[in-house]
Design a protein around this ligand. Sequence first.
Ligand code: ZN
Ligand code: ZN
Length: 270
Amino acid sequence: MVTDGHNHTKHFSPDAGQSIDELISEAKAKGFTRIGITEHYEVDYPDDGLDWTFDLNEYDKVFNDWRIRAGELELLKGIEFGYQTHVAEEIDRLAAKIPFDVVLLSVHLFRGKDFYVDRECYKLPAKELHGEYISTMAEMCEKCSNFEVAAHYDYINRYADNKSDFVTYEECPKEFDRLFEALISKGKALEINTKSIKKHIDGGFTRNLPDEGVLNRYRAMGGKYITLGSDSHFAGTLAVCYSEAIEYLKSLGFTETVYFKDRKPYFEPL
Ligand SMILES: [Zn+2]
Ligand SMILES: [Zn+2]
């Protein structure tokens, strides 16, 4: 079973509803031998009444107990840092504070605003919106060094109203090339986020699976590292759309994905 490397619990992520015990039992029931826990940590996030930071040493301590509770199920100790230009150095510093298996970086804001809450950005022409979002992801991968995975490059599509809105390579090739150049030269991975796929299916979007132009170009430029993550926040959503994503990757000629342990990549056949 390909590792699900992106999951949240209510113990450290303020927008998650599942407990570690629920996640552990679900992972075992679904046949996993290994999953990643990647709690949200946002430095200097716009105030939305939630606390997006936590004590890293406390997390490190609690994680030891989680590993005991998980028994044979291997838990990868991860974190998902939210990127903004002015917090790049702070993220690199925090990522070195405790021994993580894997560090994910994400862009959850557009021009400083959370587009889950404020949908104003969706009035922009799609090409401009997507180009700017991907160029922020490229900047993130250029400025930060202490990470393994660039998470959900298609997050900008999640809350769009326009059902044909979908980030494609064709729309912003320069921005994607810049992102891939940074990832590949630094030995980092591109995530395929299966919650994005689920959101598109549920939202009735005209396209559901990641743009093949994006994945083909990543591979053509020399990208070898792809991770899979369901980004689960609630019980019942671990590995959502996993079989669709795996079949799709295979159909494009991909043969393996990676997971990270002790900050090193390990290949898994698809
Ligand atoms: Zn979240
Ligand atoms: Zn996440």
